[in-house]
Design a protein around this ligand. Structure first.
Ligand code: ADP
Ligand code: MG
Length: 397
C-alpha cells in the first residue's frame, strides 16, 4: 500500500525526521489559510498523487509542473490549477492521476541534494539503505551511469542499524562535521525505526537536502507498506486513499483474488501466480496482450470464479477471456461447475477459451461440453493462448 507525501511526512515528524514546515489542503477554500500558516516569500505548491516525478510532470490541460516554487500571493491560484486536474508523470503512465490534495511547504535554500532509501534486499535477506550524492535524480539512472555516487549498506534485521553504519553512510554523504553527523544520525535512525516498526516495504527520500544554513531535511517523502502486515497497523490502513487505487483491484482484494489491471484486451483467469505469469507470457508470445494478471488462488470455488468474471468484465477493453486452471488440490469437475455457473450468472457474451488440466479433467471437460455454453476448449497452454489470440484478433479486425 502506498500513501501520499503529506501523510509520509506526518510519519517522518512522528519519528523525529526533519521536514520543511508545511500544510495540506483538500479544497480550494482551505488554500489561503494553509499558505498563511507558512513563512517566507516563496511557497512550494505540491500536487499530491501516488507517483513521483511530479516536478517534471505535465497536466492533462497542458499546465506544466506538479511541484512549483512560487511567490506566496500566487500560491493559491497555482494550487487551484492543480487541484482536480490530472497530472501525468513518468511514473503515472499516460492516463495520469487526479490531484485530490495540495501540500504547501516553505521553500528552502538548497546547498546540496541527496538520495536516500530504505528497502528490502531479497537477495541477501537484509534491509538495504541506499544513499547517493546525486539527489533529485532517478536512482536507476545514477546506478547505471555513475555507480560510485551510490553507497548501499546492508543491515542485518536481527541486529538492527549499527552506529558504525550510520557514520559510514554519513561520511560518504559528506556529513563528517560534528553538527551535521548529529542531524544525520537522528534522521537515518528515525527513518530506519519507521521502516521497521511500521512494516514498510520502502521509505524513499528524494531529495534529502542540506540547506545553506546547514540543516539536513527530507524535502520529499515516499513510503510504501507491506500489505501482508497491514493488519498490525490500523493507523496505517486508515491512510489508504481509494481514489488512487484501481476499483477493480480493491474489489478483487475483498474476495481474496490477486488481480492487477493491465492495458491489453485478453482477460486471464488462472490459479496460481506462476501459472498466471506464464499465461500472460504465452499470450504475448502469440501476439496478444493480456488485460490483467489474475490469480484466483488454489481453492477457488464457484463464488470466487463468479466474482472474478464480474471483475474482469468491468474492464471495457476486454474482448475475450482465457481461463487456464490446473486442478491440483481443486478437482477439474468442481472448476468446470464454477465456470459454467459463473458464465450463466454474469451472462457472458465475450469469446471464452477454457483450458483445464489435472485431477478429474475428463469429467470437467465433459461437463463443459454438455453445458451448452458457447466456449472453446483447449488442451495445452500454448493451444489455449493461440486460440484466444486468434479469436480476439478475428473479431476485432
Ligand atoms: P517529485 O520528486 O515528485 O518531482 P519533489 O518533492 O522531489 O517532487 O520536488 C521536486 C523538486 O522541487 C525537488 O527536487 C526540489 O528541487 C524542489 N523543491 C521541492 N521542495 C522544495 C523546497 N521546500 N525548497 C526548495 N525546493 C524544493
Ligand atoms: Mg522527489
Amino acid at each position: 500500500m502506498n500513501i501520499h507525501e503529506y501523510q509520509a511526512k506526518e510519519l517522518f515528524k512522528e519519528f523525529g525526521v526533519a521536514i520543511p514546515a508545511g500544510c495540506v489542503a483538500k479544497s480550494a477554500n482551505e488554500f489561503d489559510a494553509a499558505v498563511a500558516s507558512l513563512g517566507g516569500d516563496v511557497i512550494v505548491v505540491k500536487s499530491q498523487i501516488h507517483a513521483g516525478g511530479r516536478g517534471k510532470g505535465v497536466f492533462a490541460d497542458g499546465f506544466q509542473g506538479g511541484v512549483k516554487l512560487v511567490k506566496r500571493d500566487e500560491a493559491p491560484s497555482i494550487a487551484a490549477k492543480m487541484l482536480g486536474n490530472t497530472l501525468i508523470t513518468k511514473q503515472t503512465g499516460p492516463a495520469g492521476k487526479t490531484v485530490g490534495a495540495i501540500l504547501f511547504t516553505e521553500a528552502n535554500d538548497i546547498q546540496k541534494e541527496y538520495y536516500l532509501s530504505i528497502l528490502m534486499d531479497r537477495a541477501s535477506g537484509k534491509v538495504a539503505i541506499v544513499a547517493s550524492l546525486a539527489g533529485g535524480m532517478d536512482i536507476e539512472k545514477v546506478a547505471e551511469e555513475t555507480p560510485d555516487q551510490i553507497l548501499t549498506m546492508l543491515i542485518d534485521p536481527d541486529i538492527g542499524l549499527q552506529s558504525f553504519q550510520v557514520r559510514k553512510l554519513g561520511f560518504f554523504l559528506g556529513f563528517g562535521a560534528k553538527e551535521l553527523m548529529k542531524q544525520w544520525t537522528s534522521i537515518i535512525k528515525g527513518l530506519y525505526r519507521l521502516f521497521w516498526e511500521k512494516d514498510c516495504s520502502m521509505v524513499e527520500v528524494n531529495p534529502l537536502i542540506l540547506t545553506v544554513s546547514g540543516k539536513i531535511m527530507a524535502l520529499d517523502a515516499k513510503v510504501s507498506f507491506d500489505d501482508n502486515a497491514l493488519f498490525r497497523h490500523p493507523e496505517i490502513e486508515a491512510l489508504r486513499d481509494l481514489h488512487e487505487e484501481d476499483p477493480k483491484e480493491t474489489e478483487a482484494g475483498k474476495y481474496g483474488l490477486n488481480y492487477i489491471a493491465l492495458d491489453g484486451n485478453i482477460a486471464c483467469m488462472v490459479n496460481g501466480a506462476g501459472l498466471a505469469m506464464s499465461t500472460m507470457d504465452i499470450i504475448k508470445f502469440f501476439g496478444g496482450n493480456p488485460a490483467n494478471f489474475l490469480d484466483v488462488g488454489g481453492g477457488a470455488n464457484e463464488e470466487a470464479i463468479t466474482q472474478a468474471f464480474n471483475i474482469l468484465l468491468k474492464d471495457k477493453n476486454v474482448k475475450g477471456i482465457l481461463v487456464n486452471i490446473f486442478g491440483g488440490i481443486m478437482r477439474c469437475d468442481v472448476i468446470a461447475a464454477g465456470v459454467i455457473a459463473a458464465v450463466k450468472n454474469v451472462g457472458l457474451t465475450l469469446p471464452l477459451v477454457v483450458r483445464l488440466e489435472g485431477t478429474n479433467v475428463e469429467k470437467g471437460r465433459q461437463m463443459l461440453a454438455d453445458s451448452g455454453i458457447k466456449l472453446t476448449t483447449a488442451d495445452s497452454l500454448a493451444d489455449a493462448a493461440e486460440k484466444i489470440v486468434k479469436i480476439v484478433a478475428a473479431e476485432n479486425k
